[in-house]
Write a protein that binds this ligand. Sequence first.
Ligand code: HEC
Ligand code: HEC
Ligand code: HEC
Ligand code: HEC
Ligand code: HEC
Length: 256
Amino acid sequence: MSSQVFRPRANSIAHMTIIAIAVLPLTVGLAIASLSRSPANTKVNVAKNQPVPFSHQHHTWELGIDCRYCHTSVEKSSFAGIPPTETCMSCHSQIWTNSPLLQPIHDSWDTGTPIKWNKVNKLPDFVFFNHSIHVNRGLNCNTCHGPMQDEHITAKGNAFQMSWCLDCHRAPDRYLGWNKDIAKENPGLTPREMAFKLYWKLQEKGKGDLSQVETELINGHFMGSDHAEDREAGKEIVAKLGIKVQQLADCSVCHR
Ligand code: HEC
Ligand code: HEC
Ligand code: HEC
Ligand code: HEC
Ligand code: HEC
């Protein structure tokens, strides 16, 4: 194509200048695009300062507390919710009461002033999101939030870029068939129950005994599966739950 644009007598300096000018906006565009994906901007995997150094690793993995004990509305409403001081006090009024790390919790309880947790995950206001629908379709929290059961101080597990949401919305069967082993081991569980069952399977068996997709999920690296068996299982779930894949990537699903 360029051989027709440049006449043979155009000298090489002019040639180079034209190419440089043509290429410059593209380079700047790519630089901005890659900058916007760098961890410095998206804060993926960067622990966020909190008024109390709350550890998911301690409370979920070591103590085995279910996510829903604290994030009570995650399977019922659009929000997962952050637990009130009262939830912490159900244990910490009796245990670890002298820990200086827990002083803000006791102060909050005494004064009735809620703890101001710093938000880790935040979508722009023009994007609509709903927890309950995703959890009820059988998506484990780590698909979107990274390896929560390993985190000492909570970090963002994902940049939540539009292309990432769309990757699943265009082919949800790649993401929904991950639980076929859990389904076989526990007949009768709903997809939602299977999503939480993964944490208990990890508790019982440890990381060594999980399938490849389960391991990817637990480690927060799951990007869908193209294995024939997983997609087959995923397609069955799509059909069973009546998910309308044709419409799932429409702009109006997320921008209303
Ligand atoms: C004992 C209570 C408790 C349990 C159990 C718990 N969490 Fe949390 N979670 C919190 C608190 C408190 C915060 C706010 C402080 C922080 O971000 O660490 C939080 C924050 C989060 C956030 C980030 C919220 C934001 O600001 O964007 C995610 C994601 C999350 N939890 C997921 C989970 C998952 C997944 C589980 C189960 C594996 C779980 N949590 C279990 C108490 C809990
Ligand atoms: C079901 C009981 C239970 C609940 C609910 C609970 N914790 Fe804990 N928490 C514990 C136990 C037990 C430990 C000690 C863990 C260890 O070190 O082995 C602990 C330890 C801690 C520590 C570390 C203290 C230190 O000095 O090392 C912090 C901070 C903490 N919890 C904050 C919270 C917050 C904030 C909440 C509410 C969002 C909460 N916990 C809810 C049982 C609980
Ligand atoms: C399909 C992806 C996805 C799944 C699955 C998911 N989350 Fe989220 N979560 C998000 C997004 C996106 C946000 C930010 C929402 C916003 O800013 O409106 C978020 C925010 C949160 C927050 C911050 C408070 C709130 O209510 O917005 C908590 C806590 C949380 N998630 C916990 C969980 C837990 C626990 C699970 C599993 C039971 C889970 N999430 C499953 C994507 C997901
Ligand atoms: C891993 C797969 C997956 C990811 C990632 C994902 N979704 Fe979804 N989403 C689904 C599925 C499955 C449904 C359910 C469709 C149904 O049942 O009709 C859904 C439904 C929705 C709905 C419809 C809710 C309603 O009330 O109708 C919205 C809005 C939505 N997703 C927003 C998002 C946004 C925004 C993101 C990215 C931050 C996202 N989703 C990431 C799989 C995913
Ligand atoms: C599954 C959910 C989902 C669907 C469907 C979706 N978007 Fe988005 N969109 C998002 C999210 C999430 C963001 C925020 C991205 C960010 O913060 O980086 C976004 C951001 C945007 C932005 C702001 C610029 C940008 O790229 O950040 C525009 C414009 C936009 N979307 C247009 C569209 C159009 C047009 C469609 C239909 C062809 C569409 N979106 C479909 C989730 C979605």
